[in-house]
Design a protein around this ligand. Structure first.
Ligand code: ZN
Ligand code: ZN
Length: 565
């Protein structure tokens, strides 16, 4: 869509445009504008379905941001989860202003920017809860909320039209592990003063009651520490700092050493320790390379890979392909995370691999080893009661969840004055607030942009998988047939290219060699690797990308298609 498709902000009007996260899970982003000032709230990613081959990340369409041009003055972040900060490297060069976030949030962004070769200069501005910053006619106050990681905030944005509250992600944890409490008082004060509109997290709207506090999982883990005779391996999100703290404390109590296993968890644990959000007593932490030196009953491994990601530590461990960490009989592997929809198959495969090693597999359906970071319906009601908004816009969720949250809001607010009005918005809807009221007035361009991150070559080399890219470097599809029983290659791999500009002869020679690369890659893989389609697809993709880059200097989009025959 061209820029003329984005209408100017009407004078005297507060305009809010959700650019992601309303109608899907992930890639949360929102633009808030008053006349010539636009601020962005969050810039998240969404992870692709396993069948979206060749796509590594999904970010919001940034056409609207580009159209607002130099009117975009700042990016404000609520917390450090990927679905809120993952797209920051892609957004940073679309505007010039500062990025505001708490210490933990900004610390998690720094390595991302480094990976992309971006130097933020002095653009990252650290804020604390109850701080207020001013951006032109808008002021933004940060309010502490509790969630599954430290240093999370909600926002109260005050404009000439009134104050809007954006909750970010939250649950109401009354016994937070770091002692930093949900700022119920501030929400209540804002509510008493009068709030124009509330934008609230809908992720867990279909769960009844209250979500438990983070400490709720201690009992189950105490049992596991007691009963496990060998190594204890816990897979969790690398951002689950509270869970890490709780497990480190138990390790101290049960006299086990702690090894962080996997790149992102090592990095995040380091960041959290540096900022004081994770406290590991001296002598407790060991490197993954040290694990073989300890008796298995003396070790706790905290590993990445709770979603069955083929490249993550747990996947390597599960097929006994990790350099230092091996599991077997007497060991227990705990999945301390929920399955993100779409990952169930990959997770189940990883579990089967682990079971084949003889280790016990424990999930949150067997023991209470995971608790959500999002508020259930009673917490969502409490937020509405505290803030008492005039207008309500459910955010963060699929359409059915937004609609359910709307229904609940009407229940909570019935009989109150002024009457609540719900605006059920979706990505791209232009929500206007002015003297006459509020409405969904128009539609701005919004959608998804698929990102193909090239894992080889220089860091930060990434390519927007758009038409220009395809035209320049093309696409190569490799169809590979594998025997269901043997796991070995059947026939010759078939390669098809589009927009990969070479002479016929050159192409057929290159494809012959590429075919050799595939044969070699499969032959050199273990039987277990071969039985894992997701893992083999990743492996082939990497090998072929490397091959084409070397041979042609190009980076075509490589899509291996594995067929079991
Ligand atoms: Zn979150
Ligand atoms: Zn989120």
């Amino acid at each position: 869509m061209n820029q003329s498709a984005v209408p100017d902000v009407s004078p005297g009007t507060l305009e809010v445009v959700p650019l992601g996260g309303l109608g899907e899970f992930g890639m949360n982003m929102m633009a808030v504008s008053w006349e010539d000032t636009t601020i962005l709230i969050d810039a998240g990613v969404m992870f692709p379905d396993p069948d979206q081959l060749g796509v590594d990340l999904i970010i919001p369409d940034l056409t609207y941001v580009e159209a607002r041009g130099n009117k975009v003055k700042a990016l404000i972040l609520t917390h450090g989860h990927e679905d809120h900060i993952g797209a920051v490297p892609h957004v940073l060069d679309r505007f010039e202003g500062p990025v505001y976030g708490t210490a933990m949030t900004l610390a998690l962004i720094v390595p991302k920017l480094e990976e992309h070769g971006i130097d933020p200069g002095d653009r990252l501005k650290t804020v604390k809860p109850r701080d207020t910053i001013v951006v032109g006619p808008l002021s933004v106050e940060f309010i502490r909320v509790t969630h599954s990681m430290p240093d999370c905030v909600a926002l109260a944005i005050t404009s000439p039209a009134g104050t809007i509250v954006h909750t970010g992600d939250f649950k109401i944890d009354q016994t937070p592990i770091d002692g930093e409490h949900f700022d119920l008082h501030r929400f209540a004060e804002l509510g008493a003063r009068g709030v124009l509109a509330l934008f609230a997290d809908s992720t867990n709207v279909d769960r009844k009651g209250f979500t438990g506090p983070e400490i709720e999982v201690i009992d189950a883990f105490e049992e596991l520490f007691t009963s496990t005779e060998g190594k204890l391996v816990v897979a969790l999100f690398s951002s689950s700092i509270y869970r890490m703290q709780l497990l480190v404390d138990l390790a101290v109590q049960f006299e086990r050493k702690v090894a962080f296993v996997g790149r992102s968890i090592v990095r995040n644990a380091e960041i959290a320790q540096r900022l004081g959000f994770l406290r590991v007593p001296a002598g407790i932490q060991i490197r993954d390379a040290d694990v073989p030196e300890y008796a298995s009953q003396d070790v706790l491994c905290l590993a990445t890979g709770s979603q069955g990601e083929p490249q993550a530590a747990l996947s390597r461990i599960s097929i006994d392909d990790h350099r230092f960490v091996h599991v077997g009989e007497d060991d227990t592997v705990v999945f301390s995370a929920r399955a993100i929809p779409g990952n169930e198959k990959a997770i189940a495969r990883t579990m089967s691999h682990i079971a084949r090693r003889g280790a016990d597999v424990v999930t949150d359906s067997m023991k209470h080893v995971h608790v959500s970071g999002h508020g259930s319906v009673e917490e969502l009601k409490l937020m509405l009661s505290l803030v008492r908004p005039r207008y309500f816009v459910p955010i963060h969720g699929e359409y059915r969840q937004l609609a359910q949250h709307a229904r609940i809001a009407k229940q909570v607010m019935s009989g109150r004055e002024p009457r609540l009005q719900v605006l059920l918005a979706q990505d791209g809807d232009i929500v206007q607030f002015d003297a006459r009221g509020a409405r969904i007035a128009d539609k701005a361009p919004a959608g998804r942009v698929l990102i193909d991150v090239t894992r080889i070559g220089e860091v930060g080399d990434e390519v927007l998988r758009d038409r220009r890219h395809l035209a320049a470097d093309g696409v190569v599809i490799a169809v590979v047939a594998i025997g269901r029983q043997s796991g070995s290659l059947i026939g010759e791999p078939e390669l098809v290219a589009r927009g990969f500009v070479f002479g016929e002869e050159q192409e057929s020679a290159m494809f012959k060699d590429a075919s050799g690369v595939i044969t070699e890659c499969i032959a050199s893989s273990s039987v277990e690797e071969r039985a894992d389609q997701g893992l083999m697809t990743e492996k082939l993709r990497g090998e072929l990308r490397r091959f084409f880059k070397k041979r042609s200097g190009r980076r075509p989009l490589v899509l291996p298609v594995l067929m079991e025959i």
